[in-house]
Design a binder for this molecule. Structure first.
Ligand SMILES: *[C@@H]1O[C@H](CO)[C@@H](O)[C@H](O)[C@H]1NC(C)=O
Ligand SMILES: *[C@@H]1O[C@H](CO)[C@@H](O)[C@H](O)[C@H]1NC(C)=O
Ligand SMILES: *[C@@H]1O[C@H](CO)[C@@H](O)[C@H](O)[C@H]1NC(C)=O
Ligand SMILES: *[C@@H]1O[C@H](CO)[C@@H](O)[C@H](O)[C@H]1NC(C)=O
Ligand SMILES: *[C@@H]1O[C@H](CO)[C@@H](O)[C@H](O)[C@H]1NC(C)=O
Length: 437
């Protein structure tokens, strides 16, 4: 057994020697060595320094990952490719086994310093350490990046909103004399290319328009390419969860105007609707975009509807309070009179009857009793007529109040209808605009 060891070691070392020797002798290795041996990655790869390096850009929007209205940020996943010519990285393919394309480490060669102006945050993604180089020196670098970009997001038309966000590509340092930009694909292709877009998110890609321009600044003239990514929201889920329930609540609330205004059940009803509305809004607050810059129209609408609800509730409370007051001031006096009536009938309760009984003779008593009853009848009649007069006055006042409050009620109802109509037409217009895209 022990005598075998040297053979094993020799065999292993031989294999190792072959393994390390092999890559050194491959054509790829020769080519890579040939290309990179005298390469300086710090030098812009042109023979004539006055010539600009043109970088061709291509962008595919693949997914809209998040739309953060509160912080005005858009998070997208894009497939980004850059193509440029490196005049020092070309070879004669017939001398290298007809290899026409090889991959080289990106860190070993010169690469343009192109950034997106709107970057506010960069997500870490797997690095793409290699680029393809073909025999004429054309370098292709493609990568998938998650871009968190600043974007002015408009929520007014929520949930029928269309957002237009720009991605501006430019070189950090190089002016247009050194690094120029161009489109890799035709602009029409970019505009309508939705093949790479993942369709199952809340957002739909409408178009990607692009422009090339040069930016004049104190540091020089910079080339830049802008992609305007236009996306629109799929509103179905909001229509089902937000708009239809709110329309039902509004209809119930409108229905409450058909309960007679004097009916106290109306207050209970309206309070229940108000509670239902509050619960609904608290539930839905997470779904509404929270922006300090612009308020969604639908939010304004909810608040206006709530204001109408509170107004009509306040009016109902006022009405009941007034009616109650009228009843008290109109009925308590008659109650007094009525008590006077009953007292006159009941002998034991009339103090005058006791006094009369003690001081007067029976005959006079009878006379006086008769004249007394007559007087009492008279006063009672008067009190009754008084009662009816005040009752009538009270009734008239009540009728007047009822008329005023009825008018207020009708006004509120009409206002409510007008606001609902306005809202419905503006939402319809927004929906139509949404559909036009
Ligand atoms: C490299 O490979 C070639 C054949 O492809 C062979 O002729 C040559 O001797 C090898 N050189 C070394 C150093 O192994
Ligand atoms: C490439 O090399 C072959 C022979 O090795 C030669 O005939 C040809 O002219 C070369 N091509 C260029 C462009 O130098
Ligand atoms: C290298 O790629 C560029 C761009 O794709 C192309 O125009 C050129 O013909 C290619 N060169 C060769 C030798 O294939
Ligand atoms: C998007 O906005 C840019 C300006 O920021 C404008 O040039 C472009 O036309 C807009 N695109 C659409 C489709 O509205
Ligand atoms: C998304 O839908 C468009 C048509 O609306 C289609 O052309 C495209 O292939 C779809 N994309 C994916 C990733 O399914």
């Amino acid at each position: 057994m022990a005598s075998l060891w040297p053979f094993v070691l020799v065999a292993a070392s031989g294999m190792l020697a072959i393994d390390t020797a092999r890559p050194r002798n491959s054509t790829l290795h020769h080519l890579t060595k040939h290309l990179l041996q005298k390469y300086h990655k710090d030098v812009r790869p042109v023979h004539d320094w006055s010539e600009a390096t043109t970088v061709y850009l291509g962008v595919f929007v693949r997914a809209v990952l998040a739309v953060d209205v509160q912080n005005q940020k858009l998070k997208t996943n894009i497939w980004y490719s850059e193509v440029w010519d490196d005049e020092f990285l070309s070879w004669n393919s017939s001398t290298f086994d007809d290899i026409s394309e090889i991959s080289l480490p990106l860190s070993a060669i010169w690469a343009p310093d192109i950034i997106i102006n709107e970057f506010v945050d960069i997500e870490r993604l797997p690095e793409h350490p290699y680029v393809y180089v073909n025999s004429s020196g054309t370098i292709k670098n493609s990568k998938s990046i998650q871009v968190v970009s600043a974007c002015s997001l408009e929520t007014y038309a929520f949930p029928f909103d269309i957002q237009n966000c720009s991605l501006t590509f430019k070189s950090i340092l190089h002016t247009v004399e050194d690094v120029d930009l161009a489109f890799l694909r035709s602009r029409e292709d970019i505009q309508h290319d939705k093949n790479a877009f993942l369709n199952d998110s809340e957002w739909e890609l409408l178009s990607v328009s692009s422009t090339y321009n040069t930016l004049q600044s104190s540091a020089g003239e910079f080339a830049q390419i802008q992609f305007h990514v236009v996306i629109r929201r799929h509103p179905q889920v909001y229509i089902v969860s937000l708009m239809i329930p709110s329309i039902f609540l509004m209809l119930v609330d409108l229905g409450s105007f058909y309960i007679p205004p004097t009916c106290r059940a109306r207050i209970v009803f309206k309070t229940s609707v108000l509670v239902g509305y509050t619960v609904f809004r608290v539930n839905m607050s997470g779904e509404m975009p929270q922006s300090t810059m612009s308020t969604p129209l639908i939010g304004v609408f909810f608040t206006v509807c709530m204001a109408f609800l509170v107004l009509s509730l306040a009016k109902s409370i006022l009405l009941v309070k007034l009616l109650h007051y009228e009843q008290r001031s109109g009925q308590e006096r008659p109650l007094l009179y009525l008590r006077g009536d009953t007292d006159a009938d009941g002998l034991s309760l009339d103090p005058r009857a006791h006094l009369d009984g003690v001081t007067e003779s029976p005959v006079c008593q009878e006379h006086q009793a008769q004249s007394g009853t007559l007087k009492e009848v008279l006063s009672q009649l008067q009190s009754i007529s008084n009662y009816f007069q005040t009752q009538e006055q009270a009734d008239q006042q009540e009728v007047r109040w009822l008329a005023i409050l009825g008018r207020v009620d009708r006004l509120l109802f009409q206002g409510y209808l007008v606001v609902l109509g306005l809202f419905a037409t503006s939402l319809g217009a927004l929906w139509a605009r949404w559909g036009c895209w």
